[in-house]
Design a protein around this ligand. Structure first.
Ligand SMILES: Cc1cc2nc3c(=O)[nH]c(=O)nc-3n(C[C@H](O)[C@H](O)[C@H](O)COP(=O)(O)OP(=O)(O)OC[C@H]3O[C@@H](n4cnc5c(N)ncnc54)[C@H](O)[C@@H]3O)c2cc1C
Length: 345
């Protein structure tokens, strides 16, 4: 069995940043990344891909090109047990482990016209189906649902309907933000059905739980969060499957195992920004453990959320403050360029 000083499971926002910085800061330690994909995908950018297939190279980075000193195994991690990580192909032992394999979007509808949007491959499937669709139903009016609606309503002539179970869009944000998104999308022709959820798609008709029928050539599922971790079925995960961490982002009850990003039970909005902040704390805490120093605590604080609705409109939200219009969409683009440049460096 191969042994590494540090093993990182999942090379998304949390994992890639941790792998890069740990390799720089702990030059004498062996580091491995277990990640099934060949490329890091900048998820906030994949929405652009549904209307522009050529956007993919802008938001994908090959792991081999950015992680020079890390050993990369393109495998699926399955379990973490008794100091070992077991994948679909091998077992590895570690001194420190970081679990950051993200979350999925569990979809209760089945059928070839139902799509989730979590990866570049998902976005490409939607882009392929879109030209043959006249009507699109988006299940869920959170961050992803609103951005998808904005993209479709500003760049295509599709009939777009959002079905949102809450009484407003972006419901974890202040009401003024919801109103701005609602007003903009309706102005662009989007229909929004509040207080209902999509329960069935049958012969081109979406049915909601209250019996509303909506024509839909395709459904894009943008609701909910599901977690499937190497610790599933153990007492280290909560009832939703999220890994239970302490204030240092250590898995509660396990020595030298940390978790970060969407997979954790930290009560905050699940964002790339939060995953990056987790990575920074875990990096420090691995180094501090090596040096026998006391560990840093993670405190959640948002630098603000940027939501795009097409190329020329968006929202920037910071606590109760909300800016709408062109500047947030420009900010979104600048953040994309800046983060990808940082990942490449
Ligand atoms: C369409 C979309 C748009 C978004 N837009 C924004 C936005 O504008 N701003 C924002 O802040 N956030 C946004 N988010 C949320 C953001 O992408 C996530 O919060 C962030 O990616 C979480 O980072 P992570 O490191 O926890 O996981 P991820 O970035 O999801 O990375 C997880 C990695 O683990 C790998 N993996 C999965 N299973 C295994 C396994 N068994 N073994 C090994 N590796 C595995 C995956 O291949 C992946 O590379 C968006 C999300 C989506 C889906």
């Amino acid at each position: 069995m191969k042994h590494f000083d540090i093993i990182i499971v999942g090379g998304g926002f949390c994992g890639l940043i941790a792998a890069k910085q740990l390799a720089q800061k702990l030059a004498d330690k062996s580091i491995a990344l277990i990640e099934p994909r060949n490329e890091f995908e900048y998820t906030p950018g994949i929405i652009k891909l549904i209307t522009n297939k050529n956007y993919a190279p802008n938001i994908a980075l090959s792991y081999a090109s950015v992680l020079k000193r890390t050993v990369i195994f393109h495998e699926h991690a399955k379990f973490l047990k008794q100091g070992k990580i077991i994948t679909n192909k091998n077992s590895y032992s570690y001194k420190f482990a970081l679990i950051c394999s993200g979350a999925s979007t569990p979809c209760s509808l089945k059928g070839k016209n139902v799509f989730v949007l979590k990866s570049l491959a998902d976005a490409k499937k939607i882009a392929k189906a879109l030209p043959n669709a006249k009507s699109v139903v988006i299940a869920g009016g959170g961050l992803v649902g609103v951005e998808v609606a904005g993209e479709l309503c500003t760049k295509t002539d599709k009939k777009v309907t959002i079905v949102e179970p809450d009484t407003r869009l972006l419901s974890r944000n202040p009401e003024s933000v919801s109103h701005k998104a609602d007003r903009f999308l309706k102005h662009k022709g989007c229909i929004i059905v509040y207080g209902q959820r999509v329960v069935e798609l049958n012969k081109g008709i979406v049915f909601t739980n209250l019996g509303t029928r909506i024509h839909a050539d395709i459904v894009i599922w943008c609701a909910g969060i599901g977690v499937d971790t190497v610790l599933k079925g153990t007492s280290y995960v909560n009832e939703r499957g999220c890994i239970i961490v302490d204030e240092h982002l250590r898995v509660k009850g396990l020595t030298n195992v940390f978790a970060g990003g969407d997979i954790t039970n930290v009560a905050e909005e699940k964002t790339a920004q939060a995953a990056e902040a987790h990575a920074k704390i875990v990096i420090q805490n691995i180094i501090r453990t090596v040096l026998h120093k006391s560990l840093k605590k993670y405190t959640s604080h948002s630098k603000g959320l940027v939501i795009s609705m097409g190329d020329w409109n968006g929202l920037f939200v910071q606590k109760q403050f909300c800016l709408s219009g062109f500047i947030p969409s420009l900010m979104k683009k600048m953040i994309e360029i800046w983060i990808l440049r940082k990942m490449r460096a």
